[in-house]
Write a protein that binds this ligand. Structure first.
Ligand code: ADP
Ligand code: MG
Length: 586
């Protein structure tokens, strides 16, 4: 697994270098301070030392403090910038990748997890990256610098500082071992919260109608408690770490003075002054080391969680979409508009049974081919194979004589006007929804939107809306009725002027009269376009050129309405349930 940081550009690496440079400057200034204190202490202790000297050192200390402050601000600014740009890129990369995913990949990750991965996980990485650039790089530099400065000042003091450093690091590692597995859990628990919350919100009307609030609430509470419990565990562990380190630090200070007291009391009078200054400086350096380590650790603790997050982001970015386009741009011109299924078998990934078996049929240009069958007989599955929402398990689907898998995805989608079983509308206007995406093979005009809406029998209701074609459509079209949504989805397909229409039960929410008018208009406007229609109502499909009857994923009859009534019992049964015998004969 390659690091996520390979997505940083050279410019950002350079900026990260700038951050580290500023951190070094900041540290250098910070380390200067005790050095000056050492000199001032000495000056103050020495009789007759000029006050000017003390002032000079004092001014120098102020300069160092300001310098350190400015360097800190600069480091922080640059670090936030790199991290923000980086996380923006991670979000974009995930978004582009996910838009190439087929249902396989989306189901593998789950929608909730994909959302967490491109929001919360990116934030984790961003925060930790900023911290890593400053605090975590500063600690070793500062600690090493301070350590070097106190090195020669006395063996006992150096030893005491070393021992406390070892204690702190050991304590830290111990805590890390304890909390690391919990950090891993935290991200998946966040996924879980996301999933339950999503389900609760999208299903709100059903939850209310069935008085299932308590049930949903318990579900949410459980997920919430799990996350809270885990978070509490880790924060408690971290909270305990800080005072423990503070204890060690104070212990160290006491040790330094204690050692100092012993050393000074046994020293000769000429040495006392130097030893005392040393002690003051030393305690100040020791405090700096410990402080540096403490800050670094409080940031360091973000890193394990960020690592988990980074891996999850990487997983998304590195997943190759299972549906990949080929290179063919156009099919055989003599076969334009034909759709052929050749021995198609299909099994959903992970399912044991085939959803489709040995499906064979051909639809020629301009023909209407309809699919009927009970729910679960495989109609949607069959029709979804054409725009490659999934790929066939065995066999072939050919459009214009070329296997759908050989077309470039763009060329394939250009040929198809797909209207899914559940209408999908986007926030925007009627026009933006109808003129959605568009077709690279021809130019479109504003009039096309009107024509498409008229063909889809949506003119009446669209023109009654306040803004007509510029009326607002809310997210998922919640301000429209089912039938209105269906008609706009159909208008979208009509607007595109494809070679092939695919209607997956797209007339179900439209009343019979409109349904008929729509089909008549389609026939007139879209002459030469092949239509594949899935429908529940016999009325919708009885004038189709060919009707394919599906039962448990197999074709049990192909023919026209009249023929099937005579030869196909499944078809006859469906027909009988919707009409009486007399009506069927007409
Ligand atoms: P229809 O549209 O005719 O009502 P579908 O094509 O939606 O039927 O479903 C056909 C069969 O495939 C059903 O038995 C269903 O359980 C199964 N199926 C549908 N979608 C999936 C899926 N995403 N994963 C696994 N099985 C599925
Ligand atoms: Mg269906």
């Amino acid at each position: 697994m390659k690091s996520i940081y390979r997505y940083l550009r050279p410019k950002e690496w350079a900026l990260a270098g700038v951050v580290i440079a500023f951190v070094i400057i900041q540290t250098w200034f910070a380390l200067e301070l005790p050095e000056r204190m050492f000199i001032i202490t000495k000056l103050v202790q020495t009789p007759d030392s000029p006050i000017n000297e003390v002032w000079k050192e004092g001014m120098y200390m102020i300069v160092c403090a300001i310098g350190s402050f400015l360097a800190t601000v600069a480091a922080r600014y640059a670090a936030s910038r790199v991290a923000a740009v980086f996380s923006q890129r991670l979000r974009s990369m995930q978004f582009s990748k996910v838009s190439l995913f087929s249902m396989n990949e989306i189901n593998k990750f789950s929608i909730a997890s994909l959302i967490t991965r491109s929001t919360n996980d990116v934030t984790q990485v961003q925060v930790a990256f900023t911290a890593a650039l400053q605090a975590v790089t500063m600690a070793p530099i500062l600690a090493a610098g301070a350590f070097l400065k106190i090195w020669g000042m006395g063996f006992e003091w150096t030893l005491a500082t070393s021992i406390s450093l070892v204690c702190i690091v050991a304590l830290f590692i111990l805590t890390l071992v304890l909390v690391m597995p919990k950090f891993k859990m935290m991200q998946s628990l966040t996924d879980n919260i996301n999933r339950v919350a999503r389900e609760g919100i999208t299903g709100l009307s059903v939850i209310r109608a069935y008085n299932a609030e308590d049930y949903q609430k318990i579900k949410f509470e459980r997920a919430n408690e799990e996350l809270t419990g885990t978070t509490l565990y880790t924060t408690r562990a971290m909270a305990a770490l800080m005072p423990a380190i503070a204890l060690i630090m104070n212990g160290l200070l006491i040790a330094i003075y204690w050692i100092g007291a012993i050393v000074i009391s046994s020293a000769g009078s000429d040495e006392v002054l130097t030893l005392f200054s040393n002690m003051v400086v030393l305690s100040s350096y020791a405090a700096q080391i410990v402080m540096a380590i403490m800050t670094a650790m409080s940031f360091f603790i973000m890193i394990p969680r960020a690592q988990v997050a980074a891996k999850r982001i990487n997983d998304v970015i590195n997943t190759e979409p299972s549906i990949k386009g080929g290179t063919v741009i156009s099919g055989n011109p003599n076969l334009k508009g034909t759709v052929e299924f050749r021995n198609v078998c299909f099994r959903y990934p992970g399912a044991t049974d085939y959803a489709l078996r040995d499906v064979n049929f051909t639809a020629k240009q301009g023909e209407t081919i309809a699919f009927i069958g009970s729910t679960g007989s495989g109609k949607s599955t069959l029709i979804n194979l054409v725009p490659r929402l999934c790929d066939v398990t065995e066999g072939q689907i050919l459009i214009d004589g070329v296997d759908v898998r050989e077309y470039s995805l763009e060329a394939l989608y250009d040929k198809i006007g797909y209207v899914p079983q559940r209408s999908v509308l986007f926030s925007g206007t009627v026009t933006s929804n109808v003129a959605f995406g568009g077709n690279s093979s021809h130019e479109s005009t504003d009039n096309d939107v009107k024509n498409a809406v008229r063909t889809a029998q949506g003119q009446d209701f669209v023109e009654k809306m306040d803004g007509r074609y510029e009326s607002e459509i809310s997210r998922s079209g919640i301000n429209l009725s089912g039938g209105q949504k269906q008609r706009l989805s159909i208008a979208r397909a009509v607007y595109k002027r494809p070679e092939i229409y695919i209607f997956d039960d797209s007339f179900s929410a439209i009343d019979y009269k409109t349904d008929r008018a729509l089909r008549t208009a389609l026939k007139k406007e879209a002459r030469g376009v092949t239509s594949m229609i899935v429908a529940q109502r016999i009325g919708t499909i009885m004038d189709a050129d060919r009707i394919v009857v599906l039962d448990k994923g197999r074709i049990v009859g192909i023919g026209n309405h009249r023929g099937l009534l005579r030869t196909c019992s499944v078809y006859k049964e469906i027909a009988m349930s919707q009409f009486n015998e007399g009506e069927l004969e007409t």
